[in-house]
Design a protein around this ligand. Structure first.
Ligand code: PEP
Length: 256
């Protein structure tokens, strides 16, 4: 997979106010500042209120850190109190937005149709959606993780064109492994990531399938990233808890 650059994305969730985000981004930038750092593309996903601050730091110092949002509205504008549109995120220089994180699906009742609309809203604004998919514990115990995750993929990609799909990033995040310390084995991650890649090929083209970056997420830390990255269909990680600790996240960015 020489063509696929590893992507390490830090999902800060509901953590860090804008001052704390300055401190964290500066620590990351300082640690990753060597000219030949090229192990991975590094992205942070702060709360909405911190995006302007992060934009200013990244632009002002030409930092090698990308950033994006943890969510995106499916609507463009109008009477949708509390929502933030793709156009607003694009104006702040966001390159990425999560779509369908399991916490949004669970606590904000986002179903596949809403996730599909969010994926399309991201593409419409030249933002790369990081489409989050993955099964809960019951589905895993029943051995249905592949079928479940592929169904989520197809729901989220309804009416997404090949041109758009060529820019998609997928994050396979088994819900039972998020924030639990219960990391899936590299083989568990590979099984579902390979199935996702194959289905992308069936839905679109072999070339798009080969080039799509598929991340694993769920209790990834500096000491387990290498085993996950060894797998041929895993191209990086979506990291929650460990992305809040600068030293840990820098080790992750260096792939362990
Ligand atoms: C996540 O929320 O996307 C995630 C993977 O969290 P954690 O790394 O804390 O399990």
């Amino acid at each position: 997979n020489a063509k696929r650059k590893p992507l390490i994305a830090g999902n800060w969730k509901l953590n860090n106010n804008h001052l704390e985000s300055i401190a964290l981004v500066q620590k990351l930038a300082f640690a990753l500042n060597d000219a030949d750092f090229d192990a991975a593309e590094v992205v942070v996903l702060p709360p909405f209120t911190n995006l302007r601050t992060v934009q200013t730091l990244v632009d002002g110092d030409k930092l090698k850190i990308g950033y994006g949002a943890q969510d995106i509205s499916e609507h463009d504008k109008g009477a949708y109190t509390g929502e933030v549109s793709g156009a607003m995120l694009a104006k702040l220089g966001c390159s990425y937005a999560l779509a369908g994180h399991s916490e949004r699906r669970e606590y904000h009742h986002e179903d596949d149709a809403i996730v599909n609309a969010k994926v399309k809203a991201a593409f419409a604004n030249d933002i790369t959606p990081i489409l989050c998919l993955g099964e809960g514990l019951e589905v895993r115990k029943a051995g249905n993780q592949v079928a479940h995750t592929l169904a989520q993929l197809e729901g989220a990609l309804k009416d997404v064109t090949a041109e758009q799909a060529a820019r998609l990033v997928i994050a396979y995040e088994p819900v039972w492994a998020i924030g639990t310390g219960e990391v899936a084995t590299p083989d568990d991650a590979q099984e579902v990531c390979a199935a996702l890649r194959q289905r992308i090929g069936e839905l679109y083209t072999p070339e798009i399938s080969r080039e799509t970056r598929i991340l694993y997420g769920g209790s990834v830390k500096a000491d387990n990233i290498a085993g996950i990255m060894d797998k041929s269909d895993v191209d990086g990680a979506l990291v929650g808890g460990a992305s809040l600790k600068p030293e840990e996240f820098v080790k992750l960015a260096r792939l362990g």
